[in-house]
Design a binder for this molecule. Structure first.
Ligand SMILES: *Cc1c(COP(=O)(O)O)cnc(C)c1O
Length: 396
């Protein structure tokens, strides 16, 4: 199977991606793409990035054999512990990369949007580390729901802009952040939160996240002496999943499974399963599978996990879905919550609600595939979700 690894000149992975933006932004983005392609070959840049991942973030994160969960369900379940990263999730990987890139480009400020607040915290952290200004756009509902993260961002020195338009969640935050960026792009870098947006952002974020897959493959071979049968990761925009998939993309016997949030159900507006229910469309400057009605109006996405409620999805995932190198499945709110408690009680690891989707699917897989080896990307820890879960009196 000949799999496209990098986008073409126009930023397409097969039919998806591209650069649907105004001419002056196109120029800026192409400049960023050129600079980035040079930096990828610059030993100083790579060494600086790797140094920070090791000494600041705490990489490599381990792989853990979830013995209790495995015994209960009959398959071998392994967790890539991205929850152990500084700031509690995989997002610090690309945040440090983006802050470093901003420095090299001579920018003074990072502009970002955030849903669960995880990306905001990661970007605010990286901005503090690199001495950059930082403006974070966040839907007003998420500002309330994710208060601990909002407080953290403020402590870290970021400006929080609460977005009051539309559903007041992630999609509107991206809209507003983009409007601000258009005014400030000469001195600021858009620090996008996932493998989404116009070219070259999906390519850049993927590059910074691919460390997860590189580590995981090596660690899995060392620990288990073979490759996993399945690699499972949750899909919001698609950064933690693409990061771990990258390590196994040429291992055709390893099945790659992305897990999308089914939220409250199959109807438009009840979920954020873009690859499962979306149709081709353009959002935030790129082409992807998009949740939209018959008239092509983009529909607000929903998931119990704020970090997953985006109506689009990264272009590389759309491509991997098309060529069937990866499969995309769904898990609903209830199943994710149940996995949240299950992993906490079985292994003493409280997962993020986002990651709980991947755990839930791994449990389903384990029930039907005894003795198979399943590697799950545990993208983040659940500390940020505890108050929300308890306040909603959700317990098991
Ligand atoms: C943001 C987030 C996600 C979803 O983003 P992706 O780009 O799809 O990885 C998943 N897990 C955690 C813990 C998050 O914070």
């Amino acid at each position: 199977m000949n799999i496209i690894k990098l986008p073409d000149e126009q930023g397409f992975y097969g039919a998806f991606g591209g650069q649907f933006v105004e001419e002056d932004l196109k120029k800026e983005f192409n400049k960023i793409a050129d600079e980035f392609n040079k930096l990828k070959k610059d030993e100083n840049f790579i060494n600086e990035f790797n140094y920070l991942l090791k000494h600041y973030t705490g990489r490599p994160t381990p792989i853990y054999f979830a013995k209790n969960l495995s015994e209960k369900y009959g398959a071998e379940i392994y967790l890539k512990r991205e929850d152990l990263n500084h700031t509690g999730a995989h997002k610090i990987n690309h945040s440090i990369g983006e802050a470093l890139l901003a420095k090299k480009l001579g920018k003074k400020k990072l502009i970002a949007e955030t849903g669960a607040g995880q990306h905001g915290v990661a970007i605010a952290t990286a901005a503090a580390l690199m001495g950059l200004e930082c403006d974070i756009y966040m839907g007003e509902i998420d500002v309330i729901k994710e208060k601990p993260n909002v407080d953290k961002m403020k402590i870290l020195g970021a400006n929080i802009i609460a977005v009051k338009s539309g559903q007041k969640t992630l999609k509107e935050a991206v809209d507003e952040a983009f409007i601000a960026y258009k005014k400030e792009y000469k001195t600021a870098l858009y620090a996008i939160g996932s493998v989404v947006g116009p070219h070259p952002f999906p390519m850049i974020v993927e590059y910074f996240q691919s460390v997860v897959g590189r580590e995981a493959r090596k660690q899995f071979l060392e620990l288990v002496n073979t490759l996993p049968d399945y690699v499972v990761a949750c899909v919001g925009g698609g950064s933690n999943s693409i990061g771990i998939f990258d390590g196994f993309i040429d291992d055709v016997n390893t099945k790659l499974i992305g897990v999308e949030p089914l939220g409250k159900g199959e109807k438009l507006g009840q979920n954020a399963a873009s690859l499962t229910y979306g149709k081709d469309g353009i959002i935030h400057g790129f082409k992807c599978k998009l949740l939209q009605d018959e008239k092509g109006n983009i529909k607000d996405a929903y998931s119990i996990a704020s970090g997953l409620d985006y109506p689009g999805v990264g272009p590389k995932h759309c491509y991997l879905n098309d060529i069937k190198r990866a499969q995309y499945k769904t898990i609903d709110d209830k199943e994710a919550l149940s996995a949240f408690f299950e992993l906490s009680k079985a292994e003493g690891i409280i997962p993020a609600l986002e990651s709980s989707h991947a755990i839930a699917y791994a449990i389903e897989l384990a029930k039907e595939n005894k003795n198979k080896k399943i590697l799950v990307n545990l993208s983040g820890r659940g500390d940020k979700d505890i108050e929300f879960v308890l306040n909603n009196k959700i317990s098991q």
